[in-house]
Design a binder for this molecule. Sequence first.
Ligand SMILES: [Zn+2]
Length: 129
Amino acid sequence: MKCPNCAAEVTGRFCEYCGSEMKQEAPQIINITNNYYSDAPNDRIDRNFTNVEPIPTTQHYKLLAGILGLTLGFIGAHNFYLGYKKRAIIQLLLTIFSAGTISIIWGIIEGFIILSSSTYRDANGNLLK
Ligand SMILES: [Zn+2]
């Protein structure tokens, strides 16, 4: 590390040339900044940034989503609730044009999947509560 006072290369805690104390923080901050902007795939900092969980916005309840799927799944209620609007509209349209047969089964299956899964996420990417 370089001495902040005289720029000599220093290995200990104090500079051998001018005697000033080395501050550990400053060089590390510079390293983090460099790593953050580098594209290295195995970079420690980069990995930390990509593994960040989505910021919770609206919390959706698993039990409510599951029950909506089992009871009103044929009109896409559980998917409307979780924010999967496209899927919900498809179920709603299927109900209108196929007298409900396909989407009733679809809704019940999705209801069971939601209730039995611990990794089901809403449209925002948040785990269900
Ligand atoms: Zn020095």
